[in-house]
Write a protein that binds this ligand. Structure first.
Ligand code: SF4
Length: 392
């Protein structure tokens, strides 16, 4: 259950195990996967954690040969690239290894385990990712927008000073963030985006593995902004709505050309379906506290939003608050303005899903992510004007 029962000590058992088992071996077939993971763990090696790569050629090696490479030392935890599931399956059959303690696949390790390892072994706060909005203004009006744009009567660009302060507060508490996601609304509509990216990169590049920036493919950024995106290694993500809105095809193709001109390789998400999170079909608010805790936990929403120096326990819940669908509820936030070093494990627990009530206020009105939500509609379906609130 995600409700705090022993705040600051929820992960003591695993954390204390890592204090004794803190040498990381990355075991995989492809050298590029090994070095990618090694780079993501550089912040730990710099602090003295032993991280090494062990190449395992699946076709020519036998597992027994790895014994000779001291892979089975007692301090070791093994990390397997996501691409090497066959190795993972073979290793998990060996009794020395336990997939809850010392043998992890890449995604699970970075999402759930590394934050615990980093804070218990090196007193460092690691977040896999974080969402951060620079504007709530958007040039589309998708009916099932996950920012709830059609309901938001106060869409606005946030002031640059306010955003810089937010970033400073965040990195005062967080030592390393895998993906720092600058989101919206539409970030390309934000007039100070260039300055904001430069500020984040120049001040915090040692605390961020990658800055992420999404776009809906409808706006062509300036050359100056594209140079900044290239300089700061920003991971560009384009949502491709052209199936639902064919008239976007032209601008989408132009944008791809423009990225090519600046040697930027975007990640393209074909968005042909939207989940229908709100309005809800079920009255979750009437199901009671335990059911709400289960709803939150089974949904597994893993993004958090940084807003006004506070971290939300679900980014969709803070988007809903901004859009006016629910009232602000302080239990749903970790206030980084009041952060002290002795709160590091609490912060990591919060980031991994623990919170005061065990759910988010918006869970009462939300159908959740695809893990629990079967309602879907055509992606990018546009509507006219403002939607009304129907919470009950
Ligand atoms: S049900 Fe909705 S509000 Fe609750 S955690 Fe999932 S996405 Fe967030």
């Amino acid at each position: 259950m995600p409700k705090w029962k022993n705040k600051g000590h929820e992960f003591d058992e695993l954390g204390n195990y890592f204090k004794e088992h803190n040498e990381i071996v990355i075991l995989g077939q492809d050298i590029s996967d090994l070095s990618r993971i090694e780079r993501k763990l550089e912040f730990l090696s710099k602090e003295g954690v032993k991280v090494r790569c062990e190449r395992f050629n699946y076709l020519t090696y036998k597992l027994s040969q790895l014994f000779g490479k001291s892979l089975f030392g007692k301090n070791i935890i093994i990390l397997i690239p996501e691409e090497d599931q066959r190795i993972m399956r073979r290793m998990s059959r060996i009794s020395t290894f336990d997939t809850t303690k010392n043998l992890f696949s890449e995604n699970r390790f970075f999402e759930k385990i590394l934050p615990i390892f980093a804070v218990y072994v090196k007193d460092l706060v690691y977040f896999k990712d974080n969402s951060f909005l620079c504007t709530s203004v958007c040039n589309l009006n998708c009916e099932f927008c996950l920012n709830f744009t059609p309901y938001d009567k106060n869409k606005r660009h946030f002031s640059l000073e306010e955003l810089k302060k937010n970033v400073d507060i965040f990195f005062n508490a967080v030592d390393m963030c895998g993906l720092f996601h600058i989101s919206g609304g539409k970030p390309f509509l934000y007039p100070h985006l260039n300055e904001l990216i430069n500020y984040i990169f120049d001040n915090y590049k040692n605390k961020i593995f990658e800055i992420g920036l999404p776009t809906n493919g409808t706006i062509i950024p300036s050359d100056e902004l594209l140079k900044t995106i290239k300089r700061c290694n920003v991971r560009m993500e384009i949502d491709d709505y052209t199936k639902a809105i064919p008239k976007l095809k032209n601008s989408f193709e132009k944008l791809k050309e423009k990225f090519k001109e600046f040697d930027i390789t975007p990640v393209i998400h074909v968005t042909d379906q939207f989940i229908e999170m709100f309005p809800p079909r079920t009255k979750y608010g009437e199901l009671g506290e335990n059911a709400l805790c289960c709803h939150y936990s089974e949904c597994g929403a893993s993004f958090r939003e940084l807003i006004n120096g506070k971290l939300s326990n679900c980014n969709y819940s803070s988007f809903a608050t901004r859009a006016g669908l629910i009232e602000y509820n302080s239990d749903d936030y970790f206030d980084l303005n009041k952060f002290k070093p002795e709160m590091k494990t609490e912060l990591v627990e919060f980031r991994l899903g623990y919170c005061a009530k065990g759910y988010s206020e918006f869970c009462k009105y939300c159908e959740g992510l695809p893990s629990i939500n079967k309602y879907k509609s055509a992606g990018g379906k546009q509507i006219q004007g403002q939607l009304d609130l129907k919470k009950d």
